[in-house]
Design a protein around this ligand. Structure first.
Ligand SMILES: *Cc1c(COP(=O)(O)O)cnc(C)c1O
Length: 380
């Protein structure tokens, strides 16, 4: 250790005074507001020294847990974030001709290569992607046609009817909660139609007397289709994910804009990806909302590195933590559970895990877990 680093520590006075001031000010306001409790101000001061956003142990058995930060990044993605954070970067500079470039360029080629789409862009998250898609294809007051079975809420108050309204488009509902047919869509199309929106019911399933329309049939109607597939499965070869909509399939069907998340099953950073036809992507890039919804450079760096791993599907499955966890070897899981139970005190029992992130809500991943016998597991 370099002893000169000790000199960089703040003085006791400076540190203690700034924290004491903040804690005392807060307490003063509480007392003036009529507080009667006994507050432990020393404990509060200690708490202030801890970062608010901190590491936790995910012992929930949910792989993509929204409250715990969703996907963990691969080694490559982490290294890319570090590079982008610690030096200047060609974020919006074309190194070829020295002119201003576009931040979308860093991933557009990769996304086209991986999905087969003509164009691509990325924004802050998938909610933003859907809003931008709706605004750019129908935000001038034209209609967006949606099945009543897909007027869904994803969580965090992201509701399809509200998003369509906020985009400036008019919502045109067709069909019923459980059954919508191609002719329901066809009958609603006309001069005022801007687009059809399909939204994947990510976190629930309707079973029984149900019917909906395939993406191929929707695209055959001849109006632009926005396909919100939610999770963004690019790993078509992972059998567990077969029930989730594939991005490539929607592109092949001819969807104008396919929207998906960066940090669900894709296994990257928070981001919203739009891929689709050249015209639709160009319209989305031109829309004024695109600037307000843009992705930041750290997420962009992580996304580029994550997408690059998908060029080799085998490597993606090994190195992207979400995919590796989904396909973890049962023997490895058992050995880990036994080690944990041995060290922490407990036993190995069978239980089920979930995918999470609003994907595959019915899938149960059976496997071994360590059941701890410690009286205060939080202290572990
Ligand atoms: C999760 C989800 C969204 C929102 O994605 P974020 O990246 O969390 O903004 C939108 N649509 C569908 C269908 C989803 O599953």
């Amino acid at each position: 250790m370099d002893p000169s680093r000790l000199r960089d520590l703040p003085s006791v006075d400076r540190l203690a005074t700034s924290i004491a001031k903040a804690v005392l000010q807060e307490r003063r306001e509480e007392l003036l507001g009529g507080a009667r409790d006994d507050a432990d101000l020393v404990a509060r001061a200690a708490e202030r020294l801890r970062p608010s956003l901190r590491r936790v142990v995910n012992a929930t058995g949910v792989i993509v847990h929204t409250n715990l930060g969703r996907a963990l990044l691969s080694d490559d993605a982490r290294a890319a974030v570090l590079r982008a954070a610690t030096g200047y970067a060609n974020l919006e500079l074309d190194l070829g001709d020295g002119r201003r470039g576009s931040r979308h360029d860093h991933v557009e080629g990769l996304l086209r290569e991986l999905t087969g789409a003509e164009g691509a862009m990325v924004v802050n998250n998938c909610a933003a992607a859907v809003l931008l898609a709706a605004a750019s294809l129908a935000g001038d007051g034209r209609e967006i046609v949606v099945s009543r079975g897909q007027l869904i809420e994803i969580g965090g108050s992201f509701r399809i009817p509200d998003v369509v309204t906020q985009s400036g488009a008019a919502l045109r509902e067709v069909g019923t909660t459980n059954r919508t047919r191609l002719r329901d869509f066809a009958a609603a199309l006309g001069e005022r139609t801007g687009a059809i929106l399909r939204a994947h019911p990510s976190n629930f399933r309707a079973v029984g007397f149900v019917e909906d329309v395939s993406i191929e049939a929707l695209c055959g109607l001849g109006v632009p289709v926005i396909d919100d597939v939610g999770s963004g499965v690019l790993a078509d070869d992972v059998p567990l994910l077969a029930e989730e909509p594939s991005v490539r399939r929607s592109v092949r069907a001819g969807a104008a804009l396919v929207c998906f998340s960066g940090d669900k099953l894709l296994g990257g950073p928070q981001a919203g990806v739009l891929v689709g036809t050249a015209d639709a992507v160009a319209a989305a890039k031109r829309h004024p909302l695109a600037r307000a919804l843009r992705i930041d450079k750290l997420s962009l760096a992580a996304l580029e590195a994550t997408l690059a791993l998908y060029r080799d599907p085998e490597r993606a499955r090994r190195e992207i933590p979400v995919l590796a966890m989904l396909e973890a070897d049962p023997a490895v899981l058992r050995a880990r559970a036994e080690r944990l139970a041995g060290v922490l005190g407990g036993e190995v029992v069978d239980a089920v895990a979930k995918v999470g992130g609003g994907a595959l809500p019915l899938l149960e991943l059976a496997g071994p877990v360590a059941r701890l016998s410690h009286p205060a597991p939080d202290r572990l």
